[in-house]
Design a protein around this ligand. Sequence first.
Ligand code: 9WN
Length: 418
Amino acid sequence: MSEAAWAILAENDRGGYTVPTAHLYPFQWNWDSAFVAIGFATYDIDRAYRELERLAEGQWDDGMIPHIIFHAPSDTYFPGPEVWGTRHRIPTSGITQPPVFGMALRQVHEAASAAGRPDAVERTRKLFQNALRSHRWWLRARDPEGTGLVSILHPWESGSDNSPAWDEALKRVPTSTKTTIRRKDTGHVDAAMRPRDEDYQRFIHLVDVYRECEWDPARQWEAAPFKIADVQMTGILARSTADLLILAQSLSSPEERGELERMHQVLTEGLARRWRQDLSRFVSRDLVSHRDVEAPTQACFIPLVALTLDDQQRRAIRSEIKRWLDGMVVGVPSTAPFSPAFEPKRYWRGPVWAVVNWLISDGLRMNGSEDLAREIEQGTVQAIERAGFCEYFDPTTGEGLGGGTFSWTAAAYLVLSQ
Ligand code: 9WN
């Protein structure tokens, strides 16, 4: 099966960067590429570096790494560069995605060093600076008040677009748009597995608002009708910061190390405050309504990748995850099966995502739950072996859904089956 995973990554290669899957997603996506780089690091280190280097080409002068880099034109995806109207040298979207980049860089560097590659230090050092500039952007632009939690201003930034976690907040966003919506996704996959039209209207309304702010982070922060201090994003950022700190021991100055240490402390403290013992989960915070986001989604478990939990929290999380796995053919569902919002085939409202399982099992292992981590990893590998390298899986049947021949599912397979 590894050969099949390599073949998918080769097929989705567009010249040093990998598209998530042909047609449905014909450009370079931020967190997809970071996961893919970790997959490449298991067998082709040069290609792993290239993936991150090509992603870094899209980095804005202010440090943001956009969620899509439009390296080459394609008319099979909406919204394309003309809708975003950004002004980077390479066309990009105007929002970002989870910063898995720092996690990936550490993995790639360690694989390169273990293989004794002479170019490892120089290539990692350059990418380290890209990562550091992006983390500075995160704290400056997305936590201007210094709370220790970074916010998303658009559901697409979360990477879990139509998650029930955003339902309440998204309801307040108008459905009117200045941009004509021409969805392409439903021409590639069944509409019943995708976000609804109303979701798209709101997604595009937000793009219109931020484009009118000329993509200026301070103006966007003021104008944002959707603003959520997100535990998944903060968890990934904190973990990437920890990974950069490890690289910094040998590759960076004492000043930069100090800066990363301070970032790490602020983020992990912010994250730790989001624990809700009554729910056995971490919860995000809606900064417009000033309410906790209580919807039970995979995001609640992602802080495990960044925090060392106490025994009570560990026990609570273990039994909560087991409750979500109960009766499922494959877990972890992206929305709890006992939630009224659960839809086992609709995108981020229930289906299982291999990269999410990768993060959750990594976090469980860090927090002493090796057995549960292995169970989730093995379940993921088996689901892929049965259904193929699909975008996501129905947790109630194991059926593969969404786009086929998916890059990050191939990368997850290579890493989790090791
Ligand atoms: C919008 C590429 C991306 C993933 C996201 C996933 C989906 C895009 C879309 O596909 O989002 O960014 O058009 O649906 O939700 O996590 O990065 O695979």
